[in-house]
Design a protein around this ligand. Structure first.
Ligand SMILES: Nc1nc2c(ncn2[C@@H]2O[C@H](COP(=O)(O)OP(=O)(O)OP(=O)(O)O)[C@@H](O)[C@H]2O)c(=O)[nH]1
Ligand SMILES: [Mg+2]
Length: 293
């Protein structure tokens, strides 16, 4: 048997480019990307298939000190990514000094499995800075192989992929060879809408939002979707809707365009806003939105 397969889990601080890298590997926009920290809230599987390999990438939330239940659950996803990895990708960005969490950092430096430390965003640095950073990380994480990359520009992404294939164990595939992810269609709808909210609203608003797709009806030429945007307070509801509904409309138009690309079909998207008091701290609500594990 010469087939290789395994889990390659991407972890690191918020906003370093983990989702950008996974999307680059998979060639699809599975994970939403924004310039705000805590864009990713789930562990998202991205599968890359070849004749004799199957790489199961996991994108994970950026590591933070949890302040409420939702964030606890997000860090639970990160923990799980340490447990089943065959190869660990620890992503840092140029200029970064250390992982914010000591315990996670120890797990990386004492890891028994191969660690690829990807120094990302090198398109924003010069040679001197790059060399200093490589040296710094070589001292901090001596068990890692350090590879400078630019996930955004695709620089060295293929080299990293080839190295991953070398490191993967011999194994039959875990999923059917035509499968791209473990998440259902509704998940990607929710995420597209949440991405627009991260892009267009300020401060606390995006962090108080959860999206739930209540209806997904696929007809021959069109997909009809109805999703609810949940916020924690009445004031937030007003802000999401905006003057005469203009802000909500913009979210709908932009998310619909992305979804039409994603599904390759015409989309009818209906959005409404609902207050769900303190859902971020409510175990039952979190379970309902897929944050339990
Ligand atoms: N210049 C530059 N920017 C990048 C690169 N990779 C990612 N970015 C940008 O960095 C920001 C964060 O990217 P994400 O992929 O969302 O980062 P993340 O680590 O998944 O963030 P969280 O999910 O919040 O933890 C976005 O604005 C990206 O466009 C890179 O190689 N170079
Ligand atoms: Mg992300």
């Amino acid at each position: 048997m010469s087939h290789k397969a395994g889990f390659v889990n991407i972890i690191g601080n918020p906003n370093v480019g983990k989702s950008t890298l996974m999307n680059a590997f998979v060639g699809e926009k599975l994970s939403i990307i924004t310039s705000k920290a805590q864009t990713t809230r789930h562990r998202i599987l991205g599968i890359v298939n070849g004749d004799d390999f199957q790489v199961l990438f996991s994108d994970t939330p950026g590591i933070i000190k949890p302040a409420y239940e939702l964030q606890e659950s997000m860090m639970g996803f990160v923990k799980s990514a340490f447990e089943d990895a065959d190869v660990l990708i620890y992503m840092v960005e140029i200029g970064e000094q250390a992982l914010k969490d000591e315990a996670f950092f120890k797990k990386i430096t004492s890891s028994k499995i191969p660690v690829l430390l990807l120094l990302n965003k090198i398109d924003t640095s010069n040679q001197e800075q790059l060399e200093t950073q490589v040296q710094l990380w070589a001292e901090k994480v001596p068990n890692a192989e350090i590879i400078p990359i630019s996930a955004l520009e695709g620089f060295q992404v293929k080299e990293v992929f080839d190295r991953i294939i070398e490191l993967l164990p011999k194994s039959p595939p875990f999923y059917p060879k035509d499968q791209l992810t473990d998440k259902p269609e509704r998940f990607f709808i929710n995420e597209s809408i949440r991405e627009k909210i991260l892009l267009h609203y300020k401060k606390e608003i995006p962090y108080a939002v959860e999206v739930d797709t209540e209806e997904f009806l696929e007809e021959e030429n069109i997909i009809r979707i109805r999703s609810v945007i949940m916020v924690e307070r009445d004031t937030q509801k007003g802000i999401i809707i905006g003057h005469k509904g203009s802000a909500l409309k913009r979210v709908g138009v932009e998310a619909r365009k992305d979804l039409e690309k994603f599904f390759g079909k015409q989309i009818h998207l209906e959005l409404y806003v609902k207050v769900n008091k303190n859902w971020r701290s409510n175990q039952n609500q979190l379970k309902r939105f897929g944050y339990n594990q």
